[in-house]
Design a protein around this ligand. Structure first.
Ligand code: NDP
Length: 283
């Protein structure tokens, strides 16, 4: 029997509808949730991502504030912009689209965001809170993965979860969230010997390495839940994940497709975090 496909696009629409209802209730109390999107320069891929996020905001009744700045913007100017957004009562979430141009100190910029408006969950304050089990606003991609597991009915407590990848935006926070949900967690990375031997032990396998189709069927335990975070562009222009989807879906219990899996959920969790932040800031 093939794996159950966790349809991220359909789930994302459902969560957006829920957020629309929540933002409507907030609006009745005089608080329309607002997300500022800071985009520096004219990277076409970044512009596409921002447009997708603006669309999701519109669909959920969240205002989006377009904060586009020229490529020549300095770190000091960008910090001033962040300060202004931190102080703007209409703005409940601040997103800085990455990557920033190389001359900008990205760490300084991200860390300047008020943690109460840190809807990407990238500030050290947000990450520290997550580490200590008190997440205010958690990073969107791993939050989306957790919601997919939950809504698909995948048992997590007491299971062995393996996360491939240890970035601060995906792998590490995903591992912390799984730990918080009482999984036994192993984190793998490029120095892990015998990766297949580790992944084969996983009841839940989260793949976030950025390597096209590196997870093959023989690396997956029969019946496992496989969440594919990777987004890779193949030479023919098509997108694929880190998982060899066709072969693995014949062996796994659950699987997420690429595209149409974790990607749409990530955007939706950004909207979710903005609505949550607005609710908190509105009291
Ligand atoms: P990074 O490049 O920051 O991290 C990749 C991680 O994978 C590193 O920890 C690296 O190990 C590890 N890794 C690389 N190759 C191997 C290997 N052969 N075996 C084991 N581990 C390996 O990437 P991100 O975390 O930012 O993103 C990961 C993927 O997820 C990318 O494809 C990205 O496009 C995608 N992504 C998708 C999102 C979505 O919404 N669906 C959102 C964010 C990212 P080491 O630390 O040792 O170098």
């Amino acid at each position: 029997m093939g794996a159950i496909i966790i349809d991220g696009a359909a789930m994302a629409r459902q969560v957006l509808d829920e957020q629309k209802a929540a933002s409507g209730q907030l609006a009745q109390r005089g608080c329309v949730p607002g997300l500022a999107m800071v985009l520096v320069g004219d990277d076409p891929a970044s512009a596409v991502y921002v447009r997708g996020k603006e669309r999701a905001c519109r669909e959920a009744g969240v205002l989006s504030f377009d904060a586009r700045l020229p490529a020549a913007t300095t770190t000091a100017e960008l910090l001033q912009k962040i300060d202004a957004l931190n102080g703007d009562a209409r703005v409940h979430g601040i997103l800085v689209q990455l990557p920033l141009p190389e001359h900008i100190d990205a760490v300084a910029v991200l860390q300047r965001i008020d943690p109460a408006k840190d809807v990407d969950g990238f500030t050290w304050r947000s990450l520290g809170a997550l580490l200590d089990g008190h997440a205010l606003l958690a990073p969107c991609t791993p939050s989306g993965c957790m919601l997919m597991l939950e809504r698909a009915g995948v048992p997590v407590a007491g299971r062995h979860a393996v996360v491939v990848g240890r970035s601060s935006i995906v792998g590490k926070p995903a591992a912390l969230m799984l730990l918080e949900r009482n999984a036994t967690v192993t984190i793998c990375h490029s120095h892990t010997p015998e990766l297949a031997a580790v992944t084969r032990e996983a009841d839940i396998l989260i793949c976030a390495a950025g390597k096209p189709r590196m997870v093959t069927a023989d690396m997956v335990k029969p019946g496992a839940a496989v969440i594919d975070v990777g987004i890779n562009r193949l030479p023919d222009g098509k997108l694929c994940g880190d998982v060899d989807y066709d072969a693995v879906s014949a062996r796994a219990g659950w699987i997420t497709p690429v595209p149409g899996g974790v990607g749409p959920m990530t955007v939706t969790m950004l909207v979710h975090n903005t609505v949550q932040s607005a609710a908190r800031l509105a009291g």
